[in-house]
Design a protein around this ligand. Structure first.
Ligand code: JCF
Length: 674
């Protein structure tokens, strides 16, 4: 009486395979994980009652059999090639020239461009549509049989759809998406186990497990990109059609592949991918170009180990190793004493890095970075470079852990690190030349008093000579003081004096920002200006009713305390007095919300922005008078769409509401900066 069960089992298997494909192959799941698990449970129960109906391609049989003792060797019938690498546009152009020459054509070639996944190459053989064997690349000729492990990867179908060739060997990359990698490491850390260095190692380690149950528990993905042996199928004309066929048979293929025209199309794709790289769900280390026409691929053939019809165009490596020459402490505007590693210069992420901040003492301790250490430095996209970790095996003998300086390296005042805080600070205040210098630089900055020509080098000299001790001293500078500075001619001195003169006419938000009150950025300065209208009102509140400061929108107790403390200090009151005496003026800040540039406009945010948090975007917009709302309507002025936007974007399109990407938002904010 297994007739009904037989049908239900078949239906469940098809349905589960379908959801595996939706999830892994199409990145578009149709059902929640819990529902999927329920299907699997039902199938397991039915198979338990009817063991005679179990077949190897059942999704319950992904992990079957005992752990093996070793991996058997597998000889690849068609060798698994590597790719030639290009590191520059010129090398890509040379690749195209060589290919065109061999083919005897002048027309630009067409290519299939795709990301180069950072995982490990695997080959999988399907016979009569069933996964029969899978192997690693090994040396390209001989790999290891990892069938049991590859079967355990849900991204890899155990059975192909109908019409798959009698024999199909597909090649692709097994990798670990970043989210899964981070989760895996979090879990390992929580158990006190060793973490994986990067997703590539995690994928490789997961695949090289003798117990496939471990592989099954790892979040692996596979994207197929080519073929090995095939029979029972006439190859299509193009690489893109080949990939489409793999997709049709139910195999996962990277959705980012594109047909591009000529070398310029390749380079454009490379740049686009370079920009998107940081936002992809997985790591890539370059892009791959393949000549589209398979007939051309055949004619181009191979040179030793690599095809002449494909090229890997690498991104600059994001990680590199170098040595720490010194660890120094820098003193910032607010006295924060920050450790900086001086490195042997190293080319990473497309630039040469020789200094990298270690952020604070806790981080130095956590990473245990020491002078003489070999470290891994990472620079991803435009993110500031960081020390990822120390290679302890390369630590020279007799090193000491770094200690927090007791005294400021610049002014020798005491350094204090309040318990529970990460930041240590020099207690010297304005008496510390480093703090003075940074305060003056900040004061002169573009978003503060905007004193053109007063750059870092000029400020450093003025402070060093003692000509300028406080921002107010700037307004007493004469041509003679300036002309004697290095690389300062008569002309630039005159320009700087004119710029100083112009800067005296300022606005209250600029002045408040320029004062350098801790935690008061430009948005907070604007909020304070808007709330109090004039400086005297703010000072009065700070003196008499400090609780009023907390009532300002966007100002919390910490910021309020800093504002209060700032105006309580006599030297700050003296500074304000001297600025006024020097002729610095600002109009009372009359900006009622209606006067702000984006007043009356409603914005809606959706998706993730790369360079700012949602709160920052919200704050910046509302500082300009805009309203930020959660729902799109006809009245919405703009929808700002980041990565992975939601249904708000769909709605915006339906209502024909203008859509801004992150660059557009930045432009708009910049245009309205005071
Ligand atoms: O994504 C990759 N790592 C990748 C490797 C993509 C490809 O299209 C490849 C490859 C290695 C060899 N194609 C070949 C022929």
């Amino acid at each position: 009486m297994s007739g009904g069960a037989r049908e239900r089992i078949a239906a469940l298997r098809t349905e589960i395979a379908h959801h595996d494909e939706r999830y892994y192959g199409l990145d578009d799941p149709q059902i929640p994980d819990a529902d999927y698990d329920q299907l699997l449970r039902e199938l397991r129960a039915l198979e338990g009652a009817h063991p005679e109906l179990i077949t190897p391609d059942s999704p319950t049989q992904r992990v079957a059999g005992a752990p093996s003792a070793a991996f058997e060797a597998v000889v690849h019938e068609v060798p698994m090639l590597s790719l030639d690498n290009a590191f520059s546009d010129e090398e890509v152009r040379a690749f195209e020239r060589r290919a065109a020459e061999r083919l005897g054509t002048d027309e630009p070639l067409e290519y299939l461009a795709e990301p180069k996944l950072d995982g490990l190459a695997v080959t999988a053989i399907y016979r009569a549509g069933l996964l029969e064997r899978a192997a690693t690349r090994g040396d390209g000729f001989k790999g290891e049989d990892v069938t049991a492990n590859v079967r355990a990867i849900r991204a890899v179908p155990l059975r192909l759809h109908a019409k798959a060739p009698a024999l199909l060997e597909v090649r692709g990359e097994v990798f670990m998406p970043l989210q899964g990698f981070e989760r895996l490491n979090r879990e390992a850390e929580a158990r006190g186990e060793k973490t994986f260095v990067n997703p590539r190692n995690a994928a490789a380690g997961s695949l090289r497990q003798l117990d496939p149950r471990i592989t099954a528990a790892r979040p692996l993905q596979m994207y197929c990109y080519g073929l090995g042996s095939v029979s029972g199928w006439d190859l299509p004309e193009r690489q893109s059609e080949l990939l489409e066929a793999l997709r049709q048979w139910g195999l996962p293929v990277c959705p980012e592949g594109r047909r591009v025209q000529g070398v310029e199309g390749c380079l454009q794709y490379y740049r686009q991918m370079g920009e998107r790289r940081a936002h992809l769900a997985y790591q890539i280390d370059g892009v791959v170009y393949k000549v589209e026409r398979l007939a051309y691929q055949t004619r181009l053939g191979f040179l030793s180990r690599a095809p002449r019809w494909a090229l890997a165009h690498k991104f600059p490596a994001e990680e590199a190793m170098t040595r720490v020459r010194a660890i120094e402490w820098q003193v910032g505007r607010t006295g924060a004493v920050t450790p900086v590693a001086r490195l042997e210069p190293v080319f990473v992420g497309g630039v040469t890095v020789s200094n990298v901040t270690l952020h604070n003492f806790d981080e130095v301790q956590r990473k245990d970075v020491r002078v003489g250490d070999t470290v891994v430095v990472r620079r991803a996209g435009d993110v500031i470079p960081e020390v990822v970790r120390v290679i302890e095996a390369r630590r020279p003998p007799h090193t000491d852990a770094v200690a927090l300086p007791q005294r400021c390296p610049v002014c020798h005042s005491e350094v204090l690190k309040p318990a529970g805080e990460a930041v240590a600070r020099c207690t010297g205040g304005f008496s510390c030349p480093a703090q003075r210098q940074e305060a003056i630089r900040h004061f002169a900055g573009r978003l503060a008093m905007d004193i053109e020509g007063l750059g870092e080098k000029v400020v450093a000299q003025l402070v060093e000579r003692g000509t300028v001790r406080s921002p107010a001293d700037l307004y007493g500078l004469g041509a003679a003081d300036l002309q004697s500075l290095e690389r300062m001619g008569e002309k630039s001195a005159a320009n700087l004096i004119a710029a100083l003169g112009r800067s005296k006419q300022t606005t209250l938000p600029r002045l408040l920002y320029a004062l350098g009150i801790r935690e008061v950025g430009e948005a907070t300065a604007l909020a304070l200006a808007r709330h109090f209208g004039d400086l005297d009102a703010l000072i009065e509140a700070a003196d008499e009713h400090p609780e009023q400061i907390e009532q300002v929108a966007e100002v919390g107790p910490v910021v309020a305390a800093h504002v209060h403390a700032f105006f309580a200090a006599p030297e700050h009151r003296a500074l304000i007095g001297r600025l006024r005496e020097a002729g610095v003026t600002w109009a009372p800040f009359a900006a009622r919300p209606a006067d702000l540039p984006l007043a009356g406009q409603t914005f809606v945010l959706t998706g993730t922005l790369a360079g700012m948090t949602r709160e920052q975007a919200q704050e910046a917009l509302s500082a300009l008078g805009a309203k930020v709302s959660g729902t799109v309507s006809k009245k919405t002025r703009y929808v700002v769409a980041g990565e992975a936007p939601g249904s708000k974007l769909t709605k915006a399109r339906a209502l024909a509401i203008p859509i801004l990407d992150e660059a557009g938002l930045r432009q708009l904010l910049e245009a309205h900066r005071r």
